[in-house]
Design a protein around this ligand. Structure first.
Ligand code: CMP
Length: 138
């Protein structure tokens, strides 16, 4: 059964000109891009999106970073999309990311780590609904 997940090409990767290369990796891995939009988000929007991390030491700098420039918001679809995207992305800290993963290739640090992917199916549903209206998901 096809499953949907939510992903972001983060501002660091957009600034460095890695968007196309990251999208190519995603498509090569068999994902369909259901929806995609380039947007600059506010710090308040970032705080709502990352609400589960409220109070953690990296929360404020993370929300500053995510609102520091344009990013790409995406809904992706394939069988086992949530787990397969996490595998394709690699570990949160690029220093621990496996060879061949997106973060190994394109991430600069644990915060500026190029890409986000939902960590579970229910998280994906929340994250898709946070950024996309139903009519945008064709
Ligand atoms: P992401 O997958 O988008 O989910 C939460 C984000 O917080 C994570 O990627 C990183 O960008 C950031 N993050 C997680 N842990 C840390 C940390 N220890 N220090 C700084 N940033 C972190």
């Amino acid at each position: 059964m096809p499953q949907r997940t939510f992903s972001i090409v983060k501002p660091d990767a957009v600034r460095k000109g890695f968007t196309g290369a990251i999208l190519a990796e995603i498509e090569k891995a068999g994902f369909q891009i259901v929806a995609i939009k380039k947007q600059s988000i506010s710090k308040e929007q970032a705080k709502g999106f990352y609400a589960v991390h409220t109070g953690k030491p990296f929360f404020e700098p993370l929300c500053e970073f995510m609102s520091s420039g344009p990013l790409f918001l995406m809904v992706l679809e394939k069988d086992n999309a949530v787990a397969d995207l996490r595998k394709l992305m690699g570990a949160t800290n690029p220093a621990n990311a496996e060879e061949g993963t997106i973060r190994k290739k394109f991430a600069g640090s644990i915060q500026e780590n190029a890409i986000h992917g939902s960590d579970a199916e229910d998280t994906a549903a929340f994250e898709i609904g946070y950024w996309f209206a139903g009519h945008e998901l064709i």
